[in-house]
Design a protein around this ligand. Structure first.
Ligand code: SF4
Length: 560
């Protein structure tokens, strides 16, 4: 049979690409009216004053992908299907990454934020330790020596690396007896602590998509920070028990001061910033039949009671809130939202879905909990992990307790308050764009980004682990990962340790030492990978480096 002809007409290809992204919609005549009965509740809320309640705004969703293929697929070197985007916590794993001549040319299905996160895959590949440049072994030796000699060290986990790298970094903190913390303690601690105090009623995004017939967006509009949340999870997609998709769901926007819910919500209710926590308590009271009697129209009580009436009418309510709290929000809000979800579960089903930023932040929390029992602010100083949420990295740095710090991850993701503290200690960074760190460092090693250059695992905002399929993984790293997997080669431990110790002892190096170093470099899988990447001008692999660093410190500490 003759092969079908391929077109090269760019207009036709663009048209086909657009067609491929169009949503299939069910004719309105084929859809049974849902019992959510917007009209009824609309009446209840419409009785409230205009300021607090309004009705559906026109829907104007952005195109799901700004990247449109402009040349035939055959021009690509290769296409990586089901790549996972870590541009935000949604971790969309349906992205097709098109690579041409070693660069990312297209990211199909990614939103604008995701396309920006992938970029063209090009990163700086500098290695710097003091006056030495370009030698990963010397840089690792300098980092290991500083950390080993410090009385009090901090290992700080930042974004854009895999769970495997974070695990290796936690092992380094354990070996050092160091403080261990992550970006979570500054950005999302209130939600984490509230969940520890009273538990959390939540669900996977898959369950919410399949079951939720009402979505309450509490002071957040996913369109800006989580662009595909609405089209991939709720409210737009069809669900197993919500076959009409968006038409079968009711969207309620709770606007908290300037933090508005989605513009196309079916119902809106507004609260001032200082009314927020009280409003959540009043909604709970109303759900329990204890609404304030004779509440004045437009009072907080009246608005909260109207919202409670609305919520109890549904079979499954999903409350969506942004977990990366801004400093201006009341920290008690997190616990109040958990309590509201609990109360709703007395009469109907409710799940609280907490949105998290990208770069595998949820993965950091998950791996820290897995390895130590706690999600942030841990101290290994007594030989076992201790949870010290009141003494997080910011507090330790502010008190001047830290001498040496190791940041593992993208330096640009380190919060402002931590950057200030790090600028007063001896700090090294291993992570993407480490050489462009906004705070001073004595050593910086640029690595790839998890999901683009490095394989491994990431965790979605609902704590679902996802595999990473890097489009630009270096052949040397792929071979190393295929051969060694998660196992630690014992040969490498000894060789890396000896090499780093030798280089650290004599940074200028004599002929014998250099010869010894070269011999050891050849026999160490990690150092062979690091040397190959450096020779190719590629960013280093964070997992390989952290393993080598851990082995070195184990040797220096005499435990390996
Ligand atoms: S919604 Fe988030 S994870 Fe999905 S493509 Fe956009 S930035 Fe990436």
């Amino acid at each position: 049979m003759a092969a079908p002809e391929q077109t090269t007409n760019p207009d036709f290809i663009t048209l086909l690409a657009r067609k491929g992204r169009e949503k299939v919609t069910i004719p309105a005549s084929a859809v049974k009216p849902e019992a959510g009965d917007r009209a009824q509740v609309g009446v209840a809320l419409a009785s409230l004053p205009q300021r607090s309640v309004s009705f559906p705004a026109p829907r104007n969703r952005p195109e799901p992908s700004p990247t449109v293929p402009d040349v035939p697929l055959s021009a690509a070197d290769h296409v990586v299907e089901h790549a996972t985007c870590l541009g935000c916590g949604c971790a969309c794993d349906d992205i097709s990454v098109v690579v041409r001549t070693g660069r990312i040319a297209e990211t199909r299905l990614a939103c604008a934020l995701g396309s920006q996160w992938f970029g063209d895959g090009q990163l700086p590949a500098h290695i710097r330790a003091g006056i030495r440049e370009g030698d990963p072994v010397a840089a690792l030796a300098a980092v290991a020596t500083k950390l080993h000699d410090a009385d009090r060290a901090l290992v700080y986990l930042a974004a854009d690396l895999s769970c495997e790298t974070h695990r290796a970094a936690i092992a380094v903190a354990d070996l050092l007896g160091a403080a261990l913390d992550s970006v979570t303690s500054t950005t999302a601690a209130p939600g984490v602590l509230a969940a520890q105090r009273r538990g959390r009623t939540t669900a996977t995004l898959g369950e919410i998509r399949n079951r939720a017939d009402a979505v309450l967006f509490w002071g957040t509009d996913p369109a800006t920070r989580y662009p595909r949340f609405t089209t991939r999870y709720v409210p737009d997609p069809e669900g197993l028990f919500v076959p009409a998709g968006r038409r079968g769901r009711t969207v309620i926007a709770a606007d908290i001061a300037a933090d508005h819910g989605p513009a196309d919500a079916d119902t809106r209710v507004a609260f001032a910033a200082d009314e927020e926590v009280a409003a959540l308590s009043l909604v709970r009271a109303a759900l329990r039949g204890r609404a304030a009697p004779n509440a004045k129209p437009d009072s907080v009580d009246a608005r909260a009671a109207a919202l409670a009436d609305r919520l109890r009418a549904f079979a499954y309510v999903a409350i969506v809130v942004d977990g990366e709290s801004a400093p201006h929000r009341d920290p008690r809000r997190a616990e109040a939202l958990i309590a509201l979800a609990e109360t709703l579960n007395a009469t109907t089903r409710c799940a609280l879905s907490t949105l998290r930023s990208g770069g595998n932040r949820s993965g950091i929390d998950a791996v820290m909990t897995w390895q130590t029992g706690y999600p942030m602010a841990i101290d290994f100083a007594r030989g076992a992990p201790r949870y010290r949420p009141a003494d997080d990295a910011a507090a330790l740095l502010a008190r001047g307790e830290i001498q040496v710090a190791l940041v593992v991850g993208a330096a640009s993701s380190v919060p402002e308050s931590i950057r200030d503290g790090l600028s007063h200690v001896s700090c090294s960074v291993i992570g993407p764009r480490a050489s462009e760190s906004p705070f001073p460092t004595f050593a910086a090693i640029d690595t790839g980004v998890a999901g683009i250059h490095e394989r491994g695992t990431a965790v979605r905002l609902d704590e679902i682990p996802l595999p990473l399929r890097p489009a630009l993984e270096a052949p040397a790293v792929a071979a190393f990962r295929d051969q060694w997997g998660p196992a630690t080669p014992t040969v490498a431990r000894a060789t890396v340790s000896s090499l780093c110790a030798a280089l650290a002892a004599a940074p200028s190096g004599g002929d014998d030492r250099i010869a010894q170093a070269n011999r050891l470099r050849e026999s160490s899988p990690e150092l062979a990978v690091a040397a190959a990447l450096a020779a190719d001008g590629r960013p280093q692999d964070s997992y390989v480096l952290l393993r080598a660093l851990g082995a070195t410190l184990a040797h220096l500490k005499g435990v390996a």
